[in-house]
Design a protein around this ligand. Structure first.
Ligand SMILES: NC(=O)c1ccc[n+]([C@@H]2O[C@H](COP(=O)([O-])OP(=O)(O)OC[C@H]3O[C@@H](n4cnc5c(N)ncnc54)[C@H](O)[C@@H]3O)[C@@H](O)[C@H]2O)c1
Length: 253
């Protein structure tokens, strides 16, 4: 058990990639705090992994301290934080408005940063810890209809490196994952919307992207979770400030 006796916070863990990470960490012995906007679904995940569910809107920066204190009170100071909660909207670039742009950054970037700050402060008492941020292949690719999302995910790569630099002396390792196309409710929603906009089927909307993936398939949340586990475990003890592409090779092009 690589995380026996340790505590982990996973945000956005009610479904998709966050859920798979919560399950993977729990299977290695961690007690997991399942944070999500959707408390009912978070509670189901928490029950199945033997952890706790806490309702959290990661974009409500004022509320983060209360959420964090609740986790510490119930489970103890976290050894690991996974900032997985995120949103992705599909809007033609020229129609982006203030509301969509700022909300995307509030949730994807600001919430992750300020929760990291709260965690790092207490991880120092433990002699270290790990923080894992969720970037994306969109951190590196231009986006015609997801510009706010892509910009927010690019910011996460930079934020990861700055946090890694500042907290390295405290043995807090900060890394990020850049998943490609992973089959989750978010991904399915995106392609269903794209299909509806173009009057084509889900499979037809997906095919052009699939054609660009050297490994030729959509990834699974479990494949992302395996790499998250690597960054939480001692196997990555000499790695910090990295963003690992988990994308079937699409970013090689
Ligand atoms: N699925 C992909 O192909 C893919 C690719 C690259 C990156 N990612 C990133 O991985 C992460 C997880 O993606 P997913 O596909 O599992 O998404 P998902 O939409 O299936 O799940 C996201 C979870 O986050 C929660 N959430 C949303 N807003 C929140 C908020 N304000 N506060 C707290 N929780 C909130 C949702 O309730 C949901 O449970 C995201 O950061 C996403 O950008 C996903």
């Amino acid at each position: 058990m690589r995380l026996a006796g340790q505590v982990a916070i996973v945000t956005g863990a009610a479904q998709g990639i966050g859920k798979a990470i919560a399950e993977a960490y729990a299977a290695e012995g961690a007690r997991v705090a399942v944070l999500d906007l959707n408390l009912e679904a978070a509670a189901a995940v928490a029950e199945s992994v033997g952890g706790i569910a806490v309702r959290c809107d990661i974009g409500d920066l004022e509320g983060l301290k209360g959420v964090f204190d609740e986790v510490v009170e119930k489970l103890g100071v976290p050894n690991h934080l996974v900032n997985c909660a995120g949103i992705c909207t599909t809007v033609p670039l020229e129609q982006e408005d203030f509301s969509n742009w700022t909300k995307t950054f509030q949730i994807n970037v600001h919430g992750s940063f300020f929760l990291s700050q709260l965690c790092a402060e207490r991880m120092k008492e433990l002699g270290g810890g790990t923080i894992l941020n969720m970037a994306s292949m969109s951190s590196f690719l231009p986006k015609k209809e997801q510009a706010a999302y892509g910009a927010s995910k690019a910011a996460i790569v930079s934020m990861t490196r700055s946090c890694a630099l500042v907290w390295a002396p405290d043995n807090i390792r900060v890394n990020a994952l850049a998943p490609g196309l992973i089959r989750t409710p978010m991904m399915e929603g995106n392609f269903n919307r794209r299909a509806a906009m173009q009057g084509i089927s889900f499979e037809e909307a997906l095919q052009p992207m699939l054609d660009q993936i050297p490994l030729g398939k959509v990834g699974t949340p479990e494949e992302v979770a395996k790499t998250a586990l690597f960054f939480a475990s001692d196997e990555s003890s000499y790695i910090t400030g990295q963003t690992l592409e988990v994308c079937g090779g699409i970013l090689m092009r």
